[in-house]
Design a protein around this ligand. Structure first.
Ligand code: GLY
Length: 396
């Protein structure tokens, strides 16, 4: 294919215009870097599907305490981040400091939730155990069978679609050049990333390239094997319902549970939207919304909040989370000079948006990741050097 060279060399080219690519480009431009971003549909991607829970405490898992530190650091940045982004873009992001209630429906769920509570307390996190009656007093639409729950007032929510739209506007206003085309191939010269070739053959030249293409990050042609991120797509089906004004307030905070081993959550927005998620499916690139997926979500949500079946079902969608081998993101330089990653955020992309933007701007300007982000270097997945051969014993 004929390749023409783009108009000017940039300091940074971001490949991927989901919320992670956008926040990286916005923060880089704010630091004075000439920044370009390539994506056929900036503001699209997994954020169009995500519910937008900022669930550092209620989504805590055993063995993920290092990730917890990053999640909490990002949650703390959220209020200032939202204020700055709304000011910069002139757009509302739907950030809502409503808290979360995680509930149990049977004895197994309750012991699971008790264990989560103990882990949260060992980690110094704020969460309060409530009886079933106390849960229903907070949220009267909950099923009479709810056996207990955890009140976590610090786990909030944002509307990821509005967040993405605000980031697109903030990027435009900060002078980011948006190329509404897919990047098809990384350009490499003298063992260094030098830009990318877009779908129309234009080559964008840049000193540094950030690969932030979510679950697609492992598929950019031209990336050498040792720098290729080990991300995979993890399907999530999500429903959107509408709470008619006569039913409001249906729920006043995020309500979630583990029902028969599956996570279900209901996220009520101020505009009447109620998001119900999500399946977790290892099915490659499949984004089909299935009858089974919708059935399981509605069945589990109905057990928690029986009145949900009265609401209009307005949207069904499936998205692909960028899963990584340890469920944590890959942030910073790779084995290929000039190529950095901001991907692999798995279940926490929306939550980790503020800290990712700041960390990527730091590393793009100084070459160094901030201390709190060093554990998330992509180099943690580098193959171990092969051991030096043991000399064979000589026969006596
Ligand atoms: N963080 C919610 C999800 O990935 O489903």
């Amino acid at each position: 294919m004929h390749t023409s060279v783009g108009r000017q060399p940039y300091d940074v080219l971001v490949v991927g215009g989901g919320i992670i690519g956008l926040v990286t480009a916005w923060r880089a431009a704010q630091r004075g870097l000439r920044t370009a971003l390539a994506d056929p549909e900036p503001g699209g991607g997994a954020a169009r599907v995500a519910a937008g829970m900022l669930a550092a405490v209620t989504e805590l898992h055993y063995g993920e305490q290092t990730l917890l530190g990053l999640n909490l650091a990002s949650a703390r940045r959220y209020p200032a981040f939202v204020a700055e982004l709304e000011e910069a873009s002139g757009r509302d992001t739907g950030y809502r400091t409503c808290g979360t209630l995680a509930v149990a429906l049977d004895a197994d769920d309750r012991s699971h939730l008790r264990e989560l509570h103990a882990l949260q307390r060992r980690c110094g996190l704020e969460s309060e155990w409530l009886s079933g009656r106390e849960c229903r007093r907070l949220e009267p639409m909950l099923a009479p069978g709810v056996r207990g729950g955890l009140r976590v007032d610090g786990d909030h929510q944002i509307d990821p679609r509005r967040l993405a739209d605000a980031l697109v506007t903030a990027c435009e206003r900060a002078g980011v050049a948006l190329y509404r085309l897919a990047a098809e191939r990384l350009s490499v010269a003298r063992e260094r990333a030098t830009g990318a070739v877009l779908a129309d053959g234009t080559e964008i030249v840049a000193d540094q390239v950030v690969l932030a293409a979510g679950s697609l990050s492992g598929r950019l042609a031209g990336v050498p094997a040792e720098a290729l991120p080990p991300v995979r797509p993890v399907k999530g089906q999500v429903l959107r319902l509408t709470v008619p004004p006569a039913y409001a307030p249906f729920l006043s905070r995020t309500v979630r549970a583990v029902v028969r081993g599956s996570h279900v959550y209901l996220v009520p927005r101020e505009n009447g939207e109620l998001v119900v998620g999500a399946t977790t499916e290892e099915l490659g690139w499949d984004t089909t919304v299935t009858a089974g997926g919708v059935y399981e979500l509605l069945r589990d949500a109905h057990e928690l909040v029986p009145g949900i079946t009265e609401l209009p079902l307005t949207e069904t969608l499936a998205g692909l989370r960028p899963g990584s081998p340890d469920n944590a993101p890959l942030l910073g330089p790779t084995a290929l000079p000039g190529l950095l990653l901001a991907t692999g955020h798995y279940r926490n992309g929306v939550l980790l948006t503020p800290v990712t933007g700041d960390a990527m701007a730091d590393v793009l300007t100084s070459g160094e990741l901030p201390d709190a982000v060093r554990p998330f270097t992509p180099r943690r997945f580098a193959p171990a050097p092969s051991p030096s051969p043991v000399p064979e014993e000589q026969p006596a």
